[in-house]
Design a protein around this ligand. Structure first.
Ligand code: FPP
Length: 246
């Protein structure tokens, strides 16, 4: 079934976040090495980025590498970093053609030098693009991000830059890595796992969660459209009653 025609343009999530899970299992199912799964996963990244830009989603954030992923076997970590560099080099033209701005959140200084430099270069080259922001979460951990906000704010209080009383949700938002992004409206996780895995804990407070059994390398544009239609058929109440919303 073709889901694209059923998407309502006026009810798109402003910010879509995706936990791209299942590359390893996909590879194992086919008797291949885990790294081949990651390589195949990059094709789904391309499909989803293209589809989001086409239909008019303004902010897409992809969980590409968590702070915990550094504990994986060295070969796998090296392959993921190489794939990142390769994809950045390969896709810069696509980003420019589709007017997509690249951004990144996480402990970027922990990335290998080559990956870090390439990333900053593509971010710089695409900084004026306005159709969509594609944010890659790299060496990202939400608790670590929140700890860093607490440190920044306590430091500002200590130096009399802000008062304790002035601390509110908006100040916290302004100190998160995601300071330039709206709250997440829809969070998709592939591969049948029903977990958040330390991803955007603050930012998903009112997000709709969508879980699918499809493994990330098998996730297509049409699967994304299906998730969007599911989202559009939900009633978002933000703590209010159904009657108040309608
Ligand atoms: C989770 O699958 C996926 C990752 C840890 C990495 C995601 C990376 C890519 C899709 C490719 C590179 C990305 C970019 C942006 C170029 P898993 O390995 O945990 O799968 P498993 O749970 O089946 O083992």
């Amino acid at each position: 079934m073709d889901f694209k025609t059923q998407i309502k343009n006026d009810k798109l999530p402003r910010h879509l976040a995706i936990i791209m899970d299942g590359n390893g299992r996909w590879a194992k199912q086919q008797g291949l090495l885990r790294v081949v799964g990651h390589e195949s996963g990059t094709k789904s990244v391309r499909e989803v980025v293209e589809a989001c830009a086409e239909i008019g989603i303004k902010h897409l954030t992809l969980y590409a590498f968590s702070t915990e992923n550094w504990k994986r076997p060295k070969l796998e970590v090296q392959t993921l970093m190489k794939l990142l560099v390769k994809s950045l080099k390969k896709e810069i033209a696509t980003l420019q053609d589709n007017n997509i701005k690249l951004a990144a959140i996480g402990n970027l200084q922990d990335l290998p030098k080559k990956a870090h430099t390439e990333l900053l270069e593509v971010i710089e080259k695409t900084k004026s693009n306005g159709q969509m922001t594609l944010t890659l979460a790299l060496s990202y951990g939400s608790r670590e991000e929140i700890v860093s906000v607490v440190k920044q704010l306590t430091d500002k209080v200590k130096n009399n830059i802000i008062s304790v009383e002035s601390i509110d949700e908006s100040i916290i938002n302004k100190h998160l890595y995601t300071q330039n992004l709206p709250d997440v409206d829809l969070l998709i996780r592939t591969s049948g796992e029903h977990r958040i895995s330390n991803f955007l804990l603050w930012q998903i407070a009112y997000a709709e969660l969508y879980f699918t059994n499809i493994l990330w390398p098998d996730f297509t544009k049409n699967d994304l459209y299906e998730a969007l239609i599911n989202y559009q058929n939900r009633e978002r109440r933000f703590g209010k009653t159904s009657e108040q919303i309608s």
